[in-house]
Design a protein around this ligand. Structure first.
Ligand code: ZN
Length: 144
């Protein structure tokens, strides 16, 4: 029996269900909210390239599609996490090599690296932060 795709307009869920061909036109009960979901008429010949650009796609409820999205998202997350770990290590290294320096003394460079600010620069950042607070900013977001 073929698989059909259904779209629930009550909760937005898309799901697949097996149906006899002559019953496929009928609405199916949504597996999430129980409302009647309409069959989606879609092309089955969509192909995925590895890269997904733009905003993260929402859960489609269609397992075959989600599998591909999940894989791409996982690869992307792995890459980003690697960068975060790299930055953390770089910060730790800087702090270890510069006694007396704290995270507040570090400044992110345009290249995505970190460097230790001089006392003068540090003071400048502090003044900016205070000014930001005075202008009604919340807390004064520390520079990364
Ligand atoms: Zn629903």
């Amino acid at each position: 029996m073929p698989l059909y795709q259904y779209q629930c307009y009550a909760c937005g869920l898309q799901f697949e269900a097996i149906a006899v061909a002559n019953e496929a036109r009928k609405s199916k009960k949504c597996t999430s909210c129980g409302e009647l979901a309409k069959r989606r008429v879609t092309s089955t010949s969509f192909a995925f390239t590895k890269q997904v650009k733009g905003p993260t796609p929402t859960n489609t409820g269609v397992s075959a599609i989600d599998h591909d999205f999940d894989r791409v998202i996982a690869e992307d997350a792995k890459e980003k996490w690697g960068l975060i770990v790299q930055r953390q290590n770089r910060k730790r290294e800087l702090l270890a090599n510069n006694p007396g320096v704290t995270g507040h003394d570090l400044q992110k460079t345009a290249e995505g690296d970190y460097r230790v600010m001089s006392k003068k620069e540090r003071h400048h950042v502090e003044v900016q932060r205070e000014t930001f607070k005075d202008l009604g900013g919340v807390g004064g977001k520390p520079q990364e």
